[in-house]
Design a protein around this ligand. Sequence first.
Ligand SMILES: [Mn+2]
Length: 671
Amino acid sequence: MARGAIKTAVSKKDLHLHDVVASMAMKKRYVKRLVRKVVFWLLSVAAISLVTTMIVEKRRGPDSPGGSQSEENLDPNGDPITPVFRANNLQPTRRAARPPFQDRSLAREPPPEEKPQPTGFRLPDVEGERRDWHDYAAMEADKLRSGLGEHGLPAEIENPDEKELEQQMYRKNGFNGLLSDMISVNRSVPDVRLEQCKTRKYLSKLPNISVIFIFYNEHFSALLRSIYSVINRTPVELLKQIVLVDDGSDWDTLKQQLDDYVSLHFPHVVTVVRNVERKGLIGARLEGAKVATGEVLVFFDSHIEVNYNWLPPLLEPIAINPKISTCPIVDIIDHSNFAYNGGYQEGSRGGFDWRFFYKQLPVLPEDSVDKSQPFRNPVMMGGLFAIRTDFFWDLGGYDDELDIWGGEQYELSFKIWMCGGMLLDIPCSRVAHIFRGPMDPRPNPRNYNFVGRNHKRVAEVWMDEYKEHVYSRDPQTYNNIDAGDLTRQRAIRERLQCKSFDWYLKEVAPDFLKKFPPVELPNYASGAFQNVAFATHCLDTMNLGAHNAVGLYSCAENRTHPQFNQFWLLTPDRELRHNGASNCLDVQDMHANATVWMWSCHNQGGNQFWYYDRAHKWLVHAPNGKRCMEGIVENGIGTVYTNECDPANDRQKWEIGYVNNELLDKFFEGV
Ligand SMILES: [Mn+2]
């Protein structure tokens, strides 16, 4: 047993030894195998992740094989942008980092919301806390207000004894000053914003502002309502200052009375600047900007009312990019009844024709995917806008040699775009403005053609070879204007390395040249428009201008080149334009005997579309061809209407001085 036991023990020991040796060999093999396994796994993992990454990269990358071009048209969120936007806003971006290893399954199947969506023009989404800037308490309190003109409803003065004073104050201001005095300076306004605007949040950190009101002989209560609306509807932390620039007014109300009012009611926020001599709109704005301490300048006319939450949407783009200047949508306060009407120029861009008449262009399709989002605007309307103070001065402010008014909105708009900035209209920011009605003429501040000189200065400095198209429209005037010293302006353009006017036209306003060809296209017809039923009578302005009805008057001798009052053009835009002016015949109603107005040409067809039907001698209004212009002379007074077209009615027949038959044959091509 013992031997056996020893043997067993030995053999056990041997066995054990053998075991150890064997197990050592096994361990070695095992380790080797393990290492091989690990290496294999590492290699396969590396290979898989490489393939995955390549797939992901390929999916994330641009669709086109060339790649670089379409990548240049996407922002970091994958939203399409234009080359203009890229040049102005985006640094060359580095390719996005590869997805982390553990997320590869996620990266292989990106959730749908991560895929780039074609959302049209958008500002880049920036990091940063956002907040709801609405002052709901004030909005609720406004809802409870009642009284004359509250909620922007139309108002009127009922007392017949006051009619004469009302008329007098109306003519003095171009709006109903007496009614203004009866409406609270704190009145409520209708919230005319798009629904999406009412809940939108904006960056919590926004720059503060100086609001600059410039005025010349402004009606006191209209000025006060402008100030109150800003104070009531602007977050207090953003309103650094209000500057009132009195541009040499001579009304007493604007002197001691205004000073007293300001020191009593707005002692800390309002600064008054007095120009001893009238400098005009441009000079006054510059004086205001000089004393402004806010980070952003907001220039306003002195007869406006801001709407709810007007400021944050106006400031956010400027906070995103300091070279963006923004304009609110301008609503209309009716000059006679003070009704607040919203949505008038919603969604239109500014432009001009070669006579420097301000024009409206439709919003570019890529900018109107979401109508509540900022859209690019080639030319500001001019009265209401915001711009960073440092950017304004970097651009040289306004050219200080521009006198009184005229051309300044072109100068600043060209500068902003051509010198690396961008001009946006902000649909969620609404400010209403009183567009004046007829008023007694005020003294002309200068005895020379200052508007022409301003235009020539702007054309000389900014429009390069295109200036000739402006001059060729009115060579007599421009040849005789001395534009003065342009050294400082040209130096600004040089210092900022601003782009060419050709670039501006092609990139910022690609539709512009088509709408306003530099070389004028021929008219379909021109001259005097003679009525067939009342053959001694021709279409006539009756010595009136825009916003008045057109009439009939004894015909001029020369039917192809009649006197100014009777010289009409059926233009390439298919409108009936008064020769040498920017007024077009405009019909605003469809009922019988609808008035034919003279109204600023909008170049959009619609209610200013006219066609000459030679077979019937009809002047047909609107493309649907159902309503005709009709002239009637009663008791020696000639009036013009539109009515349903009637072949038997000679009052609807017109002879035109000159008709371009070849062109008229092709009238409806491209309508
Ligand atoms: Mn105004």
